[in-house]
Design a protein around this ligand. Structure first.
Ligand SMILES: [Zn+2]
Length: 70
């Protein structure tokens, strides 16, 4: 899968928003753009800019797993 902005390599990630279940998504290794099914759906109907939360080093995405957040 390729980034829609820079054609860079996308890697599979798991994203978690507050109060929402973990969703599978994609992150670009080059520009850091995040994509998930929800964003793709939004993009299809609107032309929303991509949120760039993922640019922060040590992204919370990496804390998922067996941490037991509940
Ligand atoms: Zn990119």
């Amino acid at each position: 899968m390729q980034c829609s902005r820079c054609q860079g390599l996308l890697i599979a990630v798991q994203m978690k928003d507050m109060g929402q279940p973990v969703v599978a998504g994609w992150r670009c290794l080059l520009c850091g753009a995040m994509t998930d099914p929800g964003i793709e759906a939004n993009r299809a109907s609107h032309d929303l800019p991509i949120r760039n939360r993922a640019r922060v080093p040590g992204s919370p995405v990496m804390r998922l797993g067996k941490g037991g957040m509940r």
